[in-house]
Design a protein around this ligand. Structure first.
Ligand SMILES: [Zn+2]
Length: 213
């Protein structure tokens, strides 16, 4: 269950019991870079590329998912309609922050990130927690035929990125009861979220983050 804390950050109630974990999905009122001195991000390119932060901070590389298990380190992705997803491995105290737009979703970046966590940290997918944060909902995401066809549709239509990623998490071995979906549409809630579709070049970016205390 998602709720908003006093820093204007959405958090998942089920993850609050993990004392080692730092996590959240910032609203447009949140100052995430101001909250964390050591923050790692990527130059996001709508790929399926995963990068291990390994204790580094700053803009590390080109890619769309950041992995970390270093104490004191926080990783983040930036979005405005694309879907931010946090993966949490309690056993190995490891996290990933994933940026999934339609291209990254078609490239199955979230499954790529699970595979990389498994290779790097020994993560067991069945033990993962996965939080799907605020992004554009099916309500507002109408696409042309060239994109719809990638999602099994024909002609112009609405696609559901959060649900497609939820299904990919299930296929990747994550248990349904450990998948938490915000069901918050960035375009429908201008007071809380940036939206590229709504605000175009004027849109800011939302920070979604996870880290190890
Ligand atoms: Zn909407």
């Amino acid at each position: 269950m998602f709720y908003k804390d006093s820093d204007q950050v959405y958090r998942v109630r089920e993850l609050d019991s993990l004392a080692w974990l730092v996590h959240g999905f910032g609203t447009r009122q949140a100052d995430i870079p101001g909250l964390f001195a050591q923050l790692a991000t990527l130059k996001q390119i709508h790929s399926a590329t995963c990068v291990a932060a390994a204790g580094r901070s700053g803009v590390l590389a080109k890619g769309d998912a950041l992995l970390e298990d270093t104490a004191g380190s926080v990783v983040a992705v930036k979005t405005a309609d694309c879907i931010p997803i946090l993966l949490i491995d309690d056993r190995h105290r490891a996290v990933a922050a994933v940026h999934a737009g339609w291209r990254g979703t078609v490239a199955r970046i979230v499954q790529n990130a699970i595979g990389d966590m498994r290779a790097r940290f020994g993560t067991l997918p069945a033990e993962l927690h996965a939080a799907i944060g605020p992004g554009i909902g099916r309500c507002c995401y109408e696409v042309g035929p060239e994109v719809a066809v990638q999602f099994g549709g024909q002609g112009r239509g609405h696609i559901d990125l959060p649900e497609t990623n939820r299904r990919q998490l299930l296929e990747g071995g994550v248990a349904s009861e450990r998948i938490y979906a915000s069901d918050l549409c960035t375009m429908c809630h201008p007071d809380e979220f940036h939206s590229f579709r709504r605000d175009r070049e004027a849109a800011g970016r939302l920070y979604s983050f996870a880290g190890v205390r």
